[in-house]
Design a protein around this ligand. Structure first.
Ligand SMILES: [Zn+2]
Ligand SMILES: [Zn+2]
Length: 77
């Protein structure tokens, strides 16, 4: 799999992973590591906050930064 962003400029760069948002292949140059806290339910009434890493492409990074969730979205997950 090659980086989708690079391939749009006719450059074939091997992808280091795939974007968790759109599924496109991303190279090291275009990858963004998005770390966010997610509450993990261990058992009834016990919630453990965990930091989850998510690999996203530069295009999705621009989109998500433009519309940051307003607290309620992370609580719902
Ligand atoms: Zn790339
Ligand atoms: Zn993406």
């Amino acid at each position: 799999m090659n980086c989708l962003t690079c391939s749009s400029s006719d450059v074939a760069t091997p992808a280091i992973g795939s974007c968790t948002s759109c599924g496109a292949g991303v190279c090291a140059r275009h990858a963004r590591i998005d770390a966010h806290e997610r509450t993990h339910v261990v058992s009834l009434g016990i919630h453990t906050p965990r930091v989850v890493r998510a690999l996203i492409c530069s295009t999705c990074a621009i989109v998500t930064e433009g519309s940051k969730p307003l607290s309620a979205e992370t609580a719902a997950l």
